[in-house]
Design a protein around this ligand. Structure first.
Ligand code: FAD
Length: 440
């Protein structure tokens, strides 16, 4: 059986890897001359810059995949300090409680908010609408302090998003389900854990990883093991009788099955003929621009900076960046000894207009802010800017409508495994692609 896979990011490559193992004849069609999509690493002067994902939260299932690809020796675990996550409040970073053990002693949240968290189990209130946003859900279950100083920065960290625009059932489906089924998030989670225990399902903690030479090194190894036709832009897909025809710029190919693994903003154009109503809904989905600014300092300059995974900036703090990953704290091999790297994010749904600033303005804005928020002395030795015109698809109610339309218009032999359905994080893309390959 011949399978055509549109898109050579982690989703398409993982699907190809497992479908090929099942004995299918797979071809990945990738519009760029290199695979990887969002996973993009640059190496220069002994430094490793991640322009896309930095750390990947894997479980044993993902490690098994990496082992099958033959790359386990290259995997590196983040330093233990990655568990310390910081939030900016009144211009200074404060560490969040890392679990129940320091929930009461940690001073980040007020006593009133801690009480709201503890009593969530007993709270009986219901959503005013079945289109509740992430912000309204958290406001109803907790309070404004949680929304403004925990939810808002986390949502901009994960989705580059705005919690007032995201759909709770799409963005945080497990929290939505927990409350929907059991009346409380905490109660639902306790029940789920109990259920898993009874059914012998292990509850595994996710651990943060990357690869020695950066995340793209894994893509390269994976891509070497599948059949890729690069610089092939899919222009149109047709279904004729038993098979699909994929039209490229100068070549037409035939397949028995087709897997769509392309990004949201490129997919409507080639689905217009086959799935016109789905293509229309795709056009409603927003993916905001985002600039990634890497700043390299001498170790001495950052000696008074906090140590941890990174810091997120709530919108109320009116900062230039949405936050930073303190790259060298979690993966010290990203720079030569004696240097430290900080990776900052500018733009997203909260400040898309800032991505139109010049490179110099971006660099200056970031360096200025890091001086005050991280107590850095002096200027960066080097800075580098990478711009994503469309970073992360927003899981709003428009995307819920898109999923409904996709479900109504299923076509035999046409499959989807994308970061715009089923989760945006790399491990979620891998999970989805593995599940798909098991079902074909
Ligand atoms: C700045 C940033 C930071 C992130 N940080 C993290 C993180 O720390 N941890 C984490 O887990 N996740 C993170 N993510 C999310 C994660 O990287 C992505 O969701 C994931 O890599 C998406 O993979 P994908 O294969 O589904 O899609 P993509 O990577 O978007 O790949 C789609 C591929 O399809 C190709 N394509 C598109 N149209 C066509 C066409 N017509 N014909 C042929 N090919 C086509 C594209 O060229 C591309 O290669 C981040 C994302 C961004 C942008």
């Amino acid at each position: 059986m011949k399978i055509g896979i549109v898109g050579g990011g982690i989703s398409g490559l993982t699907a190809a890897f497992y479908l090929q193992k099942k004995g299918y004849d797979c071809t990945v069609l990738e519009k760029n001359n290199v695979a990887g999509g969002c996973i993009s690493t640059e190496q220069k002067d002994g430094r490793i810059y991640e322009n896309g994902p930095n750390s990947l939260l894997f479980t044993s299932k993902h490690l098994k995949f990496i082992e099958e690809v033959g790359f386990l020796d290259e995997l590196i675990e983040a330093e233990a300090v990655n568990k310390d996550r910081f939030i900016l409040k009144n211009g200074k970073y404060h560490v969040l409680p890392s679990g129940p053990q320091n929930f009461f002693s940690n001073k980040f949240f007020s006593g009133k908010t801690k009480w709201k968290i503890i009593t969530e189990y007993f709270r009986k209130n219901q959503a005013a609408s079945d289109k509740e946003t992430v912000y309204d859900f958290f406001l109803r279950r907790f309070n404004k302090e949680i929304c403004d100083y925990a939810l808002d920065p986390f949502v901009s960290g994960i989705y580059a998003g705005d919690p007032k625009k995201l759909a709770i059932k799409a963005s945080f489906p497990s929290l939505y389900e927990a409350e929907h089924k059991h009346g409380s998030i905490i109660k639902g989670m306790i029940k789920k854990r109990k259920e898993n225990k009874e059914n012998g399902v292990p509850t595994e903690r996710r651990t943060a990883y990357s690869f020695k030479e950066g995340n793209f090194s894994f893509i390269k190894k994976l891509a070497d093991q599948v059949n890729i036709k690069s610089s092939f832009t899919v222009k149109n897909i047709l279904k004729e009788e038993q098979y699909f025809t994929i039209e490229g710029e100068s070549e037409t190919l035939q397949f028995d099955h087709v897997v769509i693994a392309s990004d949201i903003y490129s997919s409507s154009s080639f689905l217009k003929g086959l799935l016109p109503t789905v293509a229309n809904k795709i056009e409603n989905i927003v993916a905001p621009p985002m600039c990634v600014v890497h700043s390299v300092y001498s170790k001495d300059a950052v000696k008074n900076a906090p140590i941890g995974f990174g810091g997120l900036n709530p919108r109320l703090e009116k900062t230039f960046t949405a936050g930073s990953i303190w790259t060298s704290c979690i993966f010290p091999n990203r720079t030569p000894q004696g240097e430290a790297m900080i990776t900052s994010f500018v733009g997203g749904m909260q400040n898309p207009e800032k991505t139109n600033l010049s490179e110099d303005e971006l660099k200056e804005g970031v360096a200025h802010e890091l001086n005050s928020t991280l107590n850095i002395e002096g200027q960066p030795i080097y800075q580098k800017v990478f711009k994503w015109e469309k970073a992360i698809p927003q899981y709003s109610y428009d995307i819920v409508e898109l999923w409904e339309e996709m479900n109504k218009n299923e076509i035999d032999g046409l499959h989807f495994t994308t970061n715009w359905k089923g989760g945006i994080a790399v491990p979620e893309c891998i999970d989805q692609a593995i599940a798909l390959s098991e079902n074909i």
